[in-house]
Design a protein around this ligand. Structure first.
Ligand code: UTP
Length: 243
């Protein structure tokens, strides 16, 4: 199992900080948010990790380096144009050779062990794709699933409150088999004119693939705005600040 971390987005909601520094390098406690992701991957036994970077964004490899410091091997691939998350994942295709776990580079979650559980569940259930989900406060900010037994029957990116089929939202952690790259190629631009990974998952469901979900029993903060950044730091200081 390999890991893939998309970190090529514009981070406009965290401007003007992101004019100077990638949002994935903003600190949560004593580490950049992306370092928490790398750490969770290593804890799950993932040591071969692909980071998707943008040609317009600098500093990620200065901070992360080869990965040796974290006990992992990092490979950097470039997303040439910012066409959306699904396209960022597709940019890593040549560096991925089997099952892989994707965690967004601006994602902060606890317990860290959740990733290991997500991967074990995916492998034990012989799923084609498994999404980490949580009960979310604001459905309009997430990909919202319609659960049916252990499967995802439907998923909608950032629905209105009326459209939302549940309050279970994708938390930016996924396990995929390689077929997802074909599903991405079949994906049309969606919300915001971008290629949404949620829509590629929808394509996979339409093709009859076994797409499952696993609920995190903990916290998840997608560090996209100044308020999210403060919330993540507040949680960290209250719970792990002594470390
Ligand atoms: P977001 O949509 O939250 O990030 O993507 P963004 O586009 O950087 O943020 P705003 O809307 O401009 O404020 C979640 C993750 O996916 C990556 C981002 O870097 C982030 O880690 N991403 C997004 C890409 O790698 N490429 C893209 O084209 C879009």
């Amino acid at each position: 199992m390999q890991g893939l971390i998309p970190a090529a987005g514009g981070g406009t909601r965290l401007g003007p900080f992101t004019n100077a520094i990638p949002k994935e390098l903003l600190p949560v406690g004593d580490k950049a948010v992306i370092e928490h992701v790398v750490e969770a991957m290593r804890l799950a036994g993932i040591t071969d990790i692909v980071i998707v970077v943008s040609p317009h964004k600098h500093g990620l490899s200065d901070y992360l380096g080869s990965g040796r410091r974290f006990g992992v091997n990092l490979t950097y691939v470039v997303q040439d144009e910012r066409k959306g998350l699904a396209d960022a994942v597709l940019s890593g295709e040549h560096a991925i050779d089997g099952s892989f776990v994707v965690v967004l580079g601006d994602n902060f979650f606890r317990p860290k062990e959740f990733l290991k559980e997500l991967i074990s569940y995916h492998l034990n259930e012989r799923a084609d794709a498994t999404l980490g989900v949580a009960e979310v406060g604001d459905v309009t900010r997430h990909g919202i699933i319609k659960p049916e037994g252990d499967r995802i029957a439907e998923i909608i990116e950032k629905p209105s409150i009326e459209e939302a089929p549940s309050i279970l939202g994708s938390i930016g952690a996924y396990v995929f088999e390689r077929f997802i790259f074909d599903a991405i190629r079949e994906t049309k631009p969606g919300y915001n004119g971008e290629l949404q990974l949620t829509d590629s998952v929808k394509v996979a469901i339409g093709l009859g693939r076994r797409v499952l979900y696993k609920k995190i029993d903990g916290i998840h903060i997608d560090v996209g705005t100044p308020a999210d950044l403060m919330m993540a730091n507040k949680w960290y200081m209250n719970n792990e600040g002594h470390r």
